[in-house]
Design a protein around this ligand. Structure first.
Ligand SMILES: [Mg+2]
Length: 281
């Protein structure tokens, strides 16, 4: 098993989305990216997962992928840093029983749910969210097992919703949400209601921690993603990688310094781009 613990000579940091980026959009398989993941490991690079998934779900993926780097959950609402990692000194939080220190950004889920309930009754919006579903119902919608769905429901700083109303009402919903200090971001299957933070903010926060922990080092960031919720991260990294998503009606075209478009979707595209890029870094 790969052991991706932090190495003092580490200079490359890979921030990656999971669904439809490192993971196949239906099967959640990442094995087509194994050879690139091994290159990432052999270069001593950090592998930072950055997803709309929860802490509990990402904990599992970090284990499976053998990464001991910090990870970003709930679209930037949660940052988890292993207690044994050099960056853990940047947070005053005590480690939890899994050995992670958790930072939350934006708004608590409780506050988000209160606001969504208020808007629903005031405007009659037709929508359903994770808070409305059992693990069984969520499993049916997403293809997750019951155990996985239970972990997906354990949220701290965001609420994914399924929009069941028309496009006009969605514009109104987005405006009302913004007036209340929150925002809506469009992921693959769900809209995510959360505080004013995103994956790019969390990426920058972590990069600042790496830089202050290792002031002599010059870090290079690489960010990969397939959806709107990845755009900030992709355009603000030193190298941004767009993974095509076959479900999109229009391809994601971005302005940025070094944007690379993967030739294939999901983990196959991840593998091609990272293998080629790491040869030149
Ligand atoms: Mg994605």
């Amino acid at each position: 098993m790969i052991n991706r613990s932090f190495k003092p000579e580490t200079r490359l940091i890979v921030f990656t989305d999971l669904d439809a980026t490192l993971l196949h959009q239906h099967s959640y398989d990442w094995t087509p990216a194994i050879s690139a993941l091994e290159i990432v490991e052999s270069k001593g690079a950090e592998l930072v997962l950055a997803s709309s998934k929860t802490y509990s779900e990402l904990w599992d993926f970090a284990e499976k992928l053998g990464t001991q780097a910090p990870f970003i959950g709930e679209n930037g609402g949660v940052i988890a840093i292993p207690n044994c990692h050099p960056l853990s000194s940047h947070t005053p939080e005590e480690p939890n029983h899994d050995g992670y220190r958790i930072l939350t950004n934006g708004l608590s889920r409780e506050k988000l749910l209160q606001t969504i309930a208020t808007l629903r009754s005031e405007f009659g919006f037709r929508l359903q969210g994770f808070a409305d579903w059992s693990a069984h119902e969520l499993g049916k919608l997403t293809g997750l097992s019951i155990a996985q769905a239970q972990k997906a429901l354990r949220r701290q700083a965001s609420e994914p919703i399924l929009w069941q109303d028309n496009a006009e009402q969605l514009v109104l919903f987005e405006r009302e949400v913004e007036l209340r200090g929150m925002k809506v971001i469009r992921g693959g299957q769900f809209l995510h209601v959360m505080g004013q933070t995103d994956k790019a903010d969390a990426m920058k926060q972590l990069l600042a921690c790496y830089e202050s922990s290792f002031p002599q080092a010059k870090f290079t960031s690489i960010a990969l993603g397939d959806s709107e919720n990845d755009v900030g991260m992709i355009t603000q990294a030193d190298f941004g990688v767009v993974i095509p998503n076959p479900k999109r009606t229009e391809p994601l075209v971005l302005e940025g310094r070094n944007i690379i478009y993967a030739p294939q979707a999901g983990p196959a595209g991840w593998n091609t781009v990272i293998s080629e890029l790491f040869e030149s870094l």
